[in-house]
Design a protein around this ligand. Sequence first.
Ligand code: HEC
Length: 715
Amino acid sequence: MKIFFAFIFFFITYNFAFAESKWLYSSGNYEGHKHSIHKQINENNISNLNITWKFNSKKISGRNVVQTTPIYVDNKVIIADISGAIYALNPKNGLEIWNVKLNPPAARRGITAISGKNPKIYISTKKYVIELDARNGNILKKFKSGLSLLPPIIDENKLFVATLKNGVKAFDLNNGELLWEFSLKKNNVKPRIWSGFSYDKITKSLFIVTSNPGGLYGGDRLKEDLSISLISINSNSGKKNWHFQHIRHDLWDFDLVGSPMIFSIYENNNSIRVVAALSKTGDVIYLKVKDGSLVFPNGIKKNYPSRSDVSGEQTASFQYTFSKPQPFSGISVDLENDFNHLDKIKHKKLFKIISKGKSGLYTPPSFNYNLILYGLHGGAEWPGGSYIEKDHSIIVPFNKDPWVIRMEYKDYIFLFFKKISKEILKIKLSINKIYNKFFDSSATNLVMNSKKNSEILNPWDKSNPSDSISQTLFSLVPYGGGNNFYSMNCKSCHGVGREGYYENEKQGDKYVPSLVGFNLKNNNDKSLLFNLIKKNHNDLDIKFEYDEKYTIEMLENFEKYDNFLNKFNLLKINGFWQALLDENGNPATTPPWGGIAKINLKDGSLKWKIPFGNRLDENKKIISKGDKSFGGVLTTSSDIFFATGTPDEMARAFLSKDGKLIWERKLPFAGSAPPMSYNYKGCQYVVFTATGGQFVGFKDNGDATVAYKLDDCEN
Ligand code: HEC
């Protein structure tokens, strides 16, 4: 008898260890858990977890990064690179088995597979979802879905696709026929689905989270819409079950992010299905799958934000503030105290921004102040969080770096000229190319150089060729081209069309305000204005010829032109954000700039919060414990979790119970997608996608996929 049990035991464990490991969806499962059942790697042996293979695609594309967690199917690790190619790798050594070249953004944020006798892989691309044979990479079928950034979901011979701009679609898996379409369009607003798609097989509900409806000015979209919402869709009918709007009439780009996490809890001894979604504002939207009602009805409160002072804008009549589940991060910057660590003399420019600053959740953007907030890139970001069934908790990485939101006017006429100029330049370049091909190869270099310059937008770079075209066109507009005085003294910074200049979050924090509509928001006394302009530039040590007569004449010209634009509705209001950086290019607020939090969803309490990642200066000295991250987490059944995505380019592991750091290794580049784990012939592997970071603060981009396993595990 004993022998019999021993045999059974052996049989079960043997089979368990050698059963084909599966990770068929980038989030691990359709419920968005990002949790691995494997537990060979644990707290006690993790010091022996070391690199076992590395794969390089040798593809890089500017600052773009691969945000796709590999999947595991048919005993192959399936990955995507930045060029749109898909690779199947040998799980033991990372050697390539096959590859197929698709176009970017193929598999932008994930891959899907089905296992079994005929294992297949599904890749979302620009036009189609493409079905591949997992055994050899052969293309089997295409589903005409339109652009999707998220991996599709498959159930009962249906393929569900969350498209970026055209809602959710269902196809017949066998014949590719469209079964239904769910549109997000409401009152002419079409929010995007770019970061979260999950499925509850039990209730047949698909879940999406939606984005900001279109920019930080909402005067042209005042009616209700389906943006910034968690939406449940019946997978059979394609009809909406319910939606919960986190933020009404969003003016801040506070998207909901990451794949919603679906699981069961007990309520009055009954098991019920629930769903949790994460936000850039640090909230957990925690609802019952059945009807979208709150699991903690007392966990939210209505709040009545201040009104917008931007013309045509109307702030929503109310918003919610969330207290249960406890938020894992917040939005408000303490303008008095969060910059205390910085030297005011050295940071003149920054403190000037802060002196005109305002902060606070749901404070509307304005022409009259700089809106300074945490949270434009999280709170949570698109990698989302992980769910741990054992104690009904979630683990969420979050960012806490500061941003400034400003409003500006744009000149439609100039925008139009700019667009035309780009086209003209393109034509000019292609004519040159043809010309060079036939007549003069030495001139090719010249064309290449000027093309290069046009890609580097820089207000101090006067050789931007498309700028000179728009300038020529624009100078034909009465008053629009400014006068000589403007061209000589101001244009180099404020731009040909007074459009100003700002660097985006990939570039830095350089900023020159747009002067379009300047008169509309300022005192009409031109002498006062002259003095103000003089003072503003003097404060920043910007020197030019301060001639009152010419300046006033110029301002009068601009006033005429702006009044004309205004009269004919040719002024466009635009809001934009920038990272708020100190003089070394680091986030300007006191550290930490990011961390990881654990929230228990049984009682809604925040269990712990740890800083995550170290920001190092050029001498490798730690200047901040806790940095922003765009990598994501993976929990495992040995009660540990892996995390990555910080500028220090590390992979780390922590204990789930208290967030204690137990392991770290340097990756070739910053981790750029949530890690994944599989078991191959008795050894557990953890795989990191390491292609760097897109944003200011990250170092170089690269192209590595790296697998780790315990040194003493032989297979
Ligand atoms: C070297 C670059 C540079 C040059 C040259 C320059 N500016 Fe500026 N200007 C700036 C910057 C930077 C600011 C933002 C100052 C601040 O933060 O308050 C600014 C601010 C302004 C503002 C305030 C805008 C607002 O919305 O508050 C006006 C108006 C202005 N400049 C007009 C001019 C005029 C007119 C000239 C030419 C006579 C000129 N500038 C030349 C860089 C420049």
